[in-house]
Design a protein around this ligand. Structure first.
Ligand code: ADP
Length: 277
């Protein structure tokens, strides 16, 4: 079915940063992975496990040392493949994306990407308006300088800039870093809506299991350049001892779900089932 459709596929992808160095080691080591339409994937692992290296392979920013990557069944590293197009279909929001805001107004900033794609002005404006709506930025802020905004608002504008490119997959690297709990829940809620209501595939990278556990229907645990677990959250949480050894704490599932429900967050069936005490 359309839901099951594979968008991106990595087969035996290995990445060595400095192959000529004696100390070189694979930052990604024989990783195989399929990303389907409309999934919400959480990627988790401690610092240095290989998360950033992995996600930069998903939109062709990094080239694998070996292995293949296909998008819609086509090898993205074959001669003549339109990598620029891929980078708008697979949108990547870096850590602290607000540092990349530079235009004089919020609206202009979000227009930058689609304008660069060569779209006509009306289409650019329509894309920007839609993207800003999608992240919950009010029209009253369109003419504001990005620098006048709060931390959470800046981050939303930066995410809108990527959404304005109309991605099928949105990858976010630590989108809640540095935000307070309210800002964090707001952003994660908005991201979940993009997947539920717009059908955008989400890949959320975090070192916090709690962040990932809230919405992801599938969790990839990265350790030492390998994907060591790839399963539904509750299945991944069964490996408590191994996760602990990797420095990953499991959220108190029952407690977490009760908190989320009490705060009015939707608790998805496919995420975690609440265990009865
Ligand atoms: P994470 O995102 O999980 O923190 P990274 O993908 O950044 O992990 O890093 C994986 C490994 O690759 C680490 O050992 C890191 O030191 C190494 N690494 C990352 N970037 C570079 C680089 N530009 N040059 C050399 N080694 C790197």
């Amino acid at each position: 079915s359309e839901q099951e459709k594979v968008l991106l596929q990595l087969s035996h992808v290995t990445h060595v940063y400095d192959p000529d160095s004696k100390e070189s080691f694979p930052a990604l080591n024989d990783v195989s992975l399929s990303i389907h339409k409309n999934e919400f994937i959480g990627i988790i692992g401690h610092t240095g496990s290989g998360k950033s290296t992995l996600i930069q392979h998903l939109n062709g920013l990094m080239k694998p040392t070996s292995g293949t990557i296909t998008y819609d069944g086509k090898d993205i590293w074959q001669d003549g493949y339109p990598l620029k197009e891929l980078r708008s279909k697979v949108g990547l929001v870096f850590q602290y994306p607000e540092y990349q805001l530079f235009e004089e107004s919020v609206f202009k900033d979000v227009c930058f990407g689609p304008k660069n794609q060569g779209l006509i002005e009306d289409e650019v404006k329509a894309r920007a308006t839609e993207a800003l709506k999608m992240v919950g930025i009010d029209e009253s802020l369109y003419e504001a300088s990005p620098f006048e905004l709060s931390g959470g608002q800046k981050r939303r504008v930066a995410i809108a800039g990527v959404l304005a490119m109309n991605p099928q997959i949105l990858i976010l690297d630590e989108p809640t870093a540095g935000l307070d709990p309210k800002g964090r829940d707001d952003i994660l809620g908005q991201i979940a809506k993009l997947q539920k209501e717009r059908g955008i595939t989400i890949v959320l990278v975090s070192h916090s299991m709690e962040d990932v556990a809230q919405y992801a229907s599938r969790i990839l645990v990265v350790n030492g350049g390998k994907i060591v677990f790839d399963d539904k959250p509750r299945k991944v949480f069964e490996h408590e001892k191994e996760l602990h050894e990797m420095g990953l704490a499991i959220p108190q599932v029952t407690q977490l779900m009760h908190r989320l429900k009490s705060e009015g967050y939707p608790v998805f069936e496919n995420a975690i089932t609440v265990q009865e005490a």
